[in-house]
Design a protein. Structure first.
Ligand SMILES: [Zn+2]
Ligand SMILES: [Zn+2]
Length: 269
């Protein structure tokens, strides 16, 4: 089994554990070919807000230096990519685009955790029912920017609400849009671990993947590692086994995103 993972956190987000190098060693031990780091992104807030779940802006240089030096050090053993997991925050997207260009970021993944910004605090993993439409809108608008290599844990809203007709309609919209834009959807393995531990089904959710099968979406396994042992090969293979049952195209790589090109189109708008 050739393994790849583009969803890896570091301790800078304050809820992941271990040294950066320990994630790399774990990935090599578990025979990954590619390891992409995608810690929860920094943002340049207009307010003095300090988020408790992501790196601060002044921690970014340390993150970059660490990942790029590990990339060099282990280049004979594993390919390392340099990314971030970011939300879609409309008022800060132009800043993020410039930042991705300036810092030569390989890719972002869309982790749609908050509406508008986390300064206001509507977390989609724990939100009221009247926010579900915002959740689907943000997923779609985010994907439309072209800035994200894939949509992480597309069923995050199931942490807040049980499956119903409105949620099903929203998932159809997500899958249809992802298909149209050729963006993979993530089969999230941290969620799979949680489902198994709690004996519940939040995400990944079978009904969601049936919808993705209907649209023949591209799918990608994301370990969402918050500690080095989350890169466990058996877990990866279990996820691959589950995902293989659906009529989706499992992809094992993502392209480097051309943020310069996006910027040119951004200015035309
Ligand atoms: Zn996290
Ligand atoms: Zn994540």
């Amino acid at each position: 089994m050739s393994r790849v993972n583009f969803h890896t956190h570091t301790s800078r987000c304050k809820h992941a554990y271990g040294k950066d190098e320990e994630y790399v060693i774990s990935a090599i031990e578990n025979q990954y070919k590619i390891l992409g780091f995608s810690d929860h992104s920094c943002w340049k807030y207009n307010t003095g807000f300090v988020s408790g779940m992501r790196m601060r802006l002044n921690e970014f240089d340390g993150y970059k230096n660490s990942i790029l030096s590990l990339k060099e050090k282990y280049k004979d053993y594993i390919e390392i990519r340099f990314g971030m997991e970011a939300e879609y925050f409309p008022k800060y997207m132009e800043w993020m685009l410039d930042f991705c260009i300036k810092e030569d970021i390989d890719y972002l993944i869309l982790g749609n955790h908050y509406n508008k910004s986390d300064e206001l605090g509507c977390y989609y993993g724990h939100c009221s029912y009247n926010r579900i439409n915002d959740y689907f809108e943000d997923c779609i608008k985010g994907m439309e920017t072209g800035m994200y290599a894939y949509l992480a844990h597309p069923e995050l809203i199931l942490r807040s609400h049980r499956w119903d007709e409105n949620i099903e309609i929203g998932f159809h919209r997500i899958c249809q849009k992802a298909k149209e834009l050729d963006i993979p959807l993530e089969y999230n393995v941290l969620g799979l671990q949680m489902n198994m531990r709690m004996n519940k089904e939040m995400y990944p959710h079978k009904k969601f993947w049936k919808i993705a099968s209907f649209y023949h979406n591209k799918a990608i396994i994301g370990m969402d590692a918050h500690q080095p042992r989350d890169l466990d090969a058996e877990l990866y293979d279990l996820a691959f086994y589950h995902l293989s049952k659906y009529d989706v195209e499992i992809v094992k790589d993502i392209p480097k995103i051309d943020y310069q090109k996006i910027k040119k189109n951004f200015n035309k708008k």
